[in-house]
Every structure is written in structure tokens, then in C-alpha cells.
Design a protein around this ligand. Structure first.
Ligand code: DCP
Ligand code: MG
Length: 604
């Protein structure tokens, strides 16, 4: 777990190498952006020059006729500055948004392809923060940052040349504070980085907490835990506040002291320049012009601080992104490239498979089984026995620690993962629907399915009746995770989705939640149609489903302890018999409360 939660340090070289590639496809836009940025600045440079002209040539020589042309020239310079700045912003935004899109897509795609185990260990809210915030923070340095860096250094250089041209001695004095500025920048780089890193972590945690509580909103309300959650939220929000204060405190010391050091340059120039004007070595206009340019020199120098802040924040974010991007995708886990044929026969074999989620905690021990094509295998056993884990391995959600699994005599670890999963339909323990319409959710099984096919699947899964009774029919929105439907309805939609996928192997993790008898009947029919002629693994809780299976495997603490048909196992008088009797009793009690399935439902 720790290998993911503690991001490794990313040095500046690696940061540059891995992020600058995102600029490559947009060379022209980047160049246009830079060009416009330079233009914007250069128009601004005309301001001190015109001021100097006004003082020395217009005021001193009393040339009133020149006031208007000078004012017009100045207005023109400001206008050009405004226009090119507007263009620069427009280009920069488009360019920046392209980069952010590429980067987000890469991180998201990579995330989707990570092994299932990764998601067991990571909070969704934190991952979301990485895709939204951390990507934005890295993008900012790439587009705004690079632009700022280039224009800053170019303008510093340009002003420096102008300053030197005007007066060597004054320039030398004006540059004295630069030593302090450099030292300050280095200090900031080292002290701010850990601060930004912890700030990013706290944002991720806060988002994770919000996401978690929103998903559990019904539990919060039912248990009356609003205040408890509010306190938990405040605690995390407080930690974020503190970590933000920490980085901002460093910033608060850094920028003003740098501005102060920069201002000392102005003082020095005034101190040395005033006597020069008095003794006629320098005109008044020249001194004022010099001071203006000096302002233009220290303004970009000050911007370097902001740039440095951006870099430190982006570096912390990049660490969080790179830790994800550096993880191996599950595709890398399969050793072969030859996919399965369009449809396998569905011969499934587990050979001495052992597995555990954590090292030293075995969940499955030495499991061997063989399911012939079309066979219906029921997995029974107490909760936590390892039933879901067993089918998770077939889907390669996780890989066995030892042993092998074969489909049609091919080791599944040598089959590309997409090809493997195409052969298997999963109806999971908690039916999950995506936020969209019923139609969207059905078509998830086969995106290109025709309308007839979709309707037939809905029909076979016994859901067309309730869907058609809805005012919006197939276009009904189901809400997040399908909250607007009942669990029986969700289950049947998930069965229809699996039917539409039409895969030769079926995994059915029966929901434990009980539904009324009429619905149970409908679901049972739907399942029977789904399993027909397909190799099926049914994790069964209903006696009906279990007893209809061709073969039953009883799992206990990760081991298959009994195996056989329903009658064979009952005759054994072992664990299965006990399980059967308890279930029978439970179902008998249940039917006592709900006497028969034909009972008029309106009566309730
Ligand atoms: N487990 C784990 N990490 C996971 C999932 C499960 O450590 N990501 C553990 C919890 C159980 C064991 O593995 O101790 C077996 O879990 P299963 O989900 O395989 O158990 P069942 O499916 O048999 O139980 P149920 O009938 O409750 O669904
Ligand atoms: Mg389970």
C-alpha cells in the first residue's frame, strides 16, 4: 500500500523531460504564444522612452506643439500592447486547454487500465483530484509557466541591454540586489516544495472524504451521523487549511523580501544618479527614463518568484501523477498476444490455484476444477469463503499467486486481457448501473446492438414490462449507480446487459438481498435464459438456483470441501446438507411472512 501512497521525489530534469513532451504536438501554437508575449512586452517598452522624450525634448525645450504627437504615440503603444495581449491570452488558453486535455486523457486511460487491486487501495476522491487538479497544476507550468519564463528572461535581457546602453555605472549599482534575489529563490525552492507536496495530499484526502460521504448519504441520514460527518469534514478541511497556511507563510516571507531587495536597486540609482544630474553628467529625462526601465527590469525579476511558486506546486503534482503513470497496466500482466477466437467453447479449468489479496493471508487454497462447455456450476459456502474471489480470478481482476486457469486449454495469463474478458459476462453481487438512461445501460453489453436485439434482451431478462410502464420508457434516467430503480429492477437490467453481451462463459454472483417471490420468479427465469447453453459459474444463495446446477462446489475457508450434484451432496450428510437445511428454514420463514407469490401486491 505504501508504495502508492508515498509519491517518490521527482527531480527537475525528470519533470522537464516528462512534461515537455506534451508541448511537442503544439509547436506552432507555442511559438505564436511566445511571439505574441514578446510583442506585448515590447510595446510596453516604448513607455519609458516616450516619457524620457517628453521630459527632455518637450518640457525642457518648451515644444508645446509636440505634446499631442507624443500623447498619440503613447496611446498607440498602449493600444498595441492591449491588442497583442488579448491575442496572447486567446492563443495561450487554447494551447493550454489542448495540453490539459491530452494529459488528462493519458492519466485517465492509464488509470482505467490499472489492475483491479489498485482500486482496492485508493480512494476515488483522491484519484479524481489527481485527474482534475494535479493535471491542471502541471499544465499551468507548461503553458503559462514556459511563456512566462521565456518572456521574463527575454525582457530582463532586453532591459539590461537598454540600461547598459544608458549608463554602465548606474546599471552596475542597480544589479547589486540580484545576489540577494538569487539566494532567496534557492531558499524558496527548497523550503516550499515539501509544503506543496503535503498540501496536494490534503486536497486529495478532502476530496476522498467528500466523495465517500456523498455516496453514503443514505447511511449518514439513517444513522443520524450528519454532525459526526461534519466534524470529520472539518478536521480534514482544517488540515488542508494548515498546510495551505504553511506554504503561503513561506510565500509571505519570500515575495515581499524579494520586492524589498529589488527596491534597493532603485534607491542606489537615485543615490548615485541625483548628483550626476546636478553635475550635468546626466539629463533629468535620462534619470527618469532609467528609473522607469529599472522598474521594467525588477518587475519581471519579481515574476520569477511567481514562476518558482508555480514550479514547486507543479512538481508536487507531477509526483502524484507520475506515481500512477509509472504503474504497470494490467495489459502488461498477460504474456501472450494471440487473442481467443471470436467465441470460445467455454471449457474452464482451474489447476491448483492459490490466491490471496495480501501476502501471507491466503483466500483460496489449491483450487482445482473443470467445467465442461455449457455446464452449470454452483458455488456454495458461507460468507467470506472465497466465492467471489474465485470468479474474480477467471476475469483476471486479480492473478493467482500459484496455479493456472485455462479456458479451452489456453492459459488465461497468456491471452490479451480484452480478448479474455470478451468471453465472459459478469452479473455481479451488487448490480451497478451507470448514470444515464436505461437504454445506455443495456447497450453497455454491446454498444452496436440493434434496437430489436436490445428489446429482445430486455424481454428475455423480464424487464421490458416495467421499463415500458415508465413514462420515459427506455429513455428513463436511472440516476447515479441506478438509485432511481429498485434492486430487483437493477438486477434484471444487469442480466439483460449480460444477455446482450452474449458471451460463452457466465459469472453470476447472486445478490444476497432478497426480493419478493414474484420478482424472484422473474429473476430466476431471466437467469435461466442467460445461463442456457453457456458455461456458468453461479454463486448461489437461492436453493432453487443451487439445486438446478449440474454440479455444486462447496467452498470453506478457501478450499473446495465438497463437490457433486445436489442429491449426491445431500446423501453425504456433510457441510452442504447443513447449509441446505439452514437455507430451507430461512426460505420457509420467508414464505410464511409472504405466503404466496400470487398474492395481490396491491394489498401491501
Ligand atoms: N478480501 C480481501 N480483499 C478484497 C476482497 C476480499 O481481502 N478486495 C477478503 C475478504 C474475505 C476473503 O477475501 O475474507 C474472501 O472474500 P470473497 O469476497 O471472495 O468472499 P465470498 O464471496 O465467498 O463472500 P460473500 O458470500 O459474502 O460474498
Ligand atoms: Mg461474494
Amino acid at each position: 500500500m505504501t508504495q502508492y501512497t508515498t509519491p517518490r521525489t521527482v527531480n527537475v530534469t525528470e519533470f522537464m523531460q516528462r512534461t515537455l513532451v506534451y508541448l511537442k504536438p503544439y509547436r506552432i501554437m507555442a511559438a505564436a504564444n511566445m511571439l505574441l508575449a514578446m510583442l506585448t512586452i515590447s510595446f510596453y517598452f516604448m513607455y519609458p522612452q516616450i516619457t524620457q522624450y517628453i521630459i527632455d525634448a518637450v518640457i525642457a525645450k518648451r515644444q508645446e506643439s509636440m505634446i499631442i504627437p507624443a500623447a498619440v504615440a503613447l496611446t498607440g503603444a498602449f493600444l498595441l500592447h492591449a491588442v497583442s495581449n488579448a491575442l496572447r491570452i486567446a492563443v495561450n488558453t487554447r494551447f493550454g486547454q489542448k495540453v490539459i486535455l491530452d494529459m488528462r486523457r493519458d492519466v485517465y486511460d492509464h488509470l482505467l487500465s490499472l489492475p483491479t487491486g489498485f482500486f482496492d487501495r485508493h480512494a476515488s476522491g483522491d484519484l479524481m483530484t489527481r485527474i482534475i487538479d494535479d493535471v491542471a497544476s502541471v499544465q499551468r507550468i507548461l503553458t503559462d509557466g514556459v511563456e512566462r519564463a521565456l518572456t521574463t528572461f527575454m525582457s530582463i535581457l532586453a532591459v539590461l541591454v537598454i540600461l547598459l546602453f544608458k549608463s554602465y555605472s548606474l546599471t552596475a549599482l542597480a544589479l547589486l540586489p540580484l545576489a540577494v534575489l538569487t539566494a532567496g529563490a534557492l531558499w524558496y525552492t527548497f523550503s516550499a516544495h515539501p509544503g506543496y507536496r503535503s498540501q496536494r495530499r490534503e486536497i486529495g484526502k478532502l476530496n476522498a472524504l467528500i466523495m465517500d460521504s456523498l455516496q453514503g448519504i443514505r447511511q449518514i441520514k439513517a444513522y443520524g451521523r450528519e454532525e459526526f460527518e461534519s466534524i470529520r469534514f472539518s478536521g480534514q478541511a482544517e488540515r488542508l487549511r494548515q498546510s495551505t497556511i504553511k506554504v503561503m507563510d513561506i510565500w509571505a516571507v519570500y515575495t515581499p523580501s524579494m520586492t524589498f531587495a529589488g527596491s534597493l536597486g532603485t534607491v542606489l540609482v537615485l543615490w548615485a544618479g541625483t548628483p550626476m544630474v546636478m553635475h550635468g553628467q546626466l539629463s533629468l529625462g535620462e534619470l527618469v527614463g532609467f528609473l522607469f526601465y529599472l522598474g521594467l527590469f525588477y518587475e519581471p525579476v519579481g515574476r520569477i518568484d511567481g514562476l518558482n511558486q508555480m514550479v514547486q506546486s507543479a512538481r508536487a503534482s507531477s509526483e502524484r501523477l507520475f506515481t500512477i503513470l509509472d504503474l504497470d497496466t494490467e495489459r502488461k500482466e498477460s504474456t501472450g498476444n494471440t487473442p481467443f477466437p471470436e467465441k470460445v467453447l467455454g471449457d474452464v479449468r482451474y489447476e491448483s490455484v492459490s490466491f490471496g489479496y495480501k501476502e501471507g493471508v491466503p483466500v483460496l487454497k489449491n483450487i482445482s476444477l473443470h467445467a465442461a462447455p455449457g455446464e452449470k456450476i454452483a458455488l456454495a459456502g458461507s460468507t467470506g469463503a472465497g466465492k467471489t474471489s474465485m470468479v474474480n480470478l477467471l476475469l483476471a481482476f486479480y492473478r493467482p499467486v500459484s496455479g493456472k486457469i485455462f479456458i479451452d486449454s489456453r492459459d488465461i495469463s497468456s491471452v490479451p486481457i480484452h480478448s479474455l474478458r470478451k468471453q465472459i459476462s459478469l452479473v455481479s453481487q451488487e448490480p451497478f448501473l451507470f448514470n444515464g438512461t436505461i437504454r445506455d445501460n443495456l447497450l453497455y453489453g454491446q454498444l452496436e446492438a440493434s434496437l430489436e436485439k436490445m428489446l429482445a434482451a430486455a424481454d428475455a431478462a423480464n424487464c421490458s414490462a416495467f421499463i415500458e410502464a415508465l413514462p420515459e420508457g427506455y429513455e428513463t434516467l436511472v440516476g447515479e449507480r441506478g438509485v432511481m430503480l429498485s434492486s430487483g429492477e437493477k438486477q434484471r437490467i444487469s442480466i439483460a446487459r449480460a444477455l446482450l453481451k452474449d458471451a460463452p462463459v457466465i459469472i453470476l454472483d447472486e445478490a444476497t438481498a432478497s426480493v419478493d417471490n414474484a420478482t424472484e420468479q422473474l429473476i430466476q427465469e431471466a437467469l435461466d435464459r442467460l445461463m442456457k447453453n453457456r458455461t456458468s459459474f453461479v454463486i448461489a444463495h437461492r436453493l432453487n438456483t443451487i439445486s438446478n446446477a449440474d454440479r455444486i462446489l462447496v467452498l470453506h475457508h478457501g478450499e473446495i470441501v465438497e463437490e457433486g450434484t445436489h442429491t449426491e451432496l445431500l446423501n453425504k450428510q456433510g457441510r452442504y446438507t447443513r447449509f441446505w437445511m439452514i437455507r430451507n428454514e430461512q426460505e420457509r420463514v420467508a414464505t410464511q411472512v409472504w405466503p404466496n407469490e400470487t398474492m395481490d401486491k396491491e394489498a401491501f
